[in-house]
Design a protein around this ligand. Structure first.
Ligand SMILES: Nc1ncnc2c1ncn2[C@@H]1O[C@H](COP(=O)(O)OP(=O)(O)OP(=O)(O)O)[C@@H](O)[C@H]1O
Ligand SMILES: [Mg+2]
Length: 227
């Protein structure tokens, strides 16, 4: 078994819509070792994004425990909320690279400066930031601002930001969702290359079954559980 990187036990989450409970995750457990990859699949609305958000501390589970590297977060003894949020924020700054469905770039910075900022915040050097944009096929757009490029180009810039921080764990929510097949293939290749080179863990949510089969593990969230 690979050295453990992340483990989640008994995750339960429900939202509310008016008076109606919307159950999303029920007693879900998973584990990931260094160098391993996990594909999350399932119908739209089955809870993939919710799970990724819980695994990086952006959403709180109603019950359950998440361990990332040496950090443990247990819903039963959440303690001081601000301290808990601070620990999650530090993990996202330095150890967990997160790529969302909506690429989260700073609008006032060029694509290259977005990547540089991300690297700096993670304590990495800025050398090679432009190379990441090149490898993802958007090197010539380095000086443009996020609103001057397409959605798929923004998504690739967001991936370059994650690569530049050299994280221990990458969480990617449909990282190729807005890309054509050819570009998606190139981006995925970079993702798996990076993972092999640095031995980081990778969890990605995807509707692409072929991409899911390329991951070492697969978790199908299927349908929403019954209320
Ligand atoms: N803040 C919220 N309040 C209420 N319901 C929510 C909230 N966020 C998500 N949901 C509901 O929780 C369920 C799971 O949503 P989630 O975004 O995790 O699905 P998903 O598997 O990522 O879907 P997709 O494939 O469309 O991205 C959906 O029914 C959604 O409507
Ligand atoms: Mg989603």
């Amino acid at each position: 078994m690979a050295e453990p990187l992340l483990s989640a036990r008994g995750l339960t989450k429900r939202f509310r819509s008016g008076n109606q409970p919307v159950p999303v995750l029920r007693n879900l457990s998973l584990g990931l070792g260094r160098g391993e990859s996990l594909a999350l699949t399932g119908r739209s609305g089955s809870g993939k994004s919710t799970l990724l958000n819980i695994l990086c501390g952006l959403e709180k589970p109603d019950a359950g425990r998440v361990q990332v590297l040496e950090d443990v977060f247990d819903s039963r003894n959440s303690g001081n909320d601000r301290r808990v949020e601070g620990r999650w924020a530090a993990l996202r700054r330095q150890r967990i690279g997160v790529v969302f469905q909506d690429a989260n770039l700073m609008p006032a910075l060029s694509l290259l400066d977005n990547v540089r900022l991300r690297a700096r915040l993670a304590g990495q050097g800025e050398d090679g930031c432009g190379d990441w944009l090149e490898r993802l096929g958007i090197g010539e757009l380095a000086g443009r601002y996020p609103d001057q490029v397409s959605g798929g180009q923004r998504q690739r810039a967001a991936l370059a930001m994650v690569f530049a921080m050299r994280p221990a764990l990458i969480l990617a929510d449909e990282p190729t969702g807005s890309l054509d097949r050819h570009t998606a293939e190139a981006v995925i290749q970079q993702l798996f290359d990076l993972q092999a080179r640095h031995g980081c863990g990778l969890i990605l949510a995807t509707h692409d079954t072929e991409l899911a089969t390329r991951c070492s593990h697969h978790l199908d969230l299927g349908h929403l559980p019954e209320a």
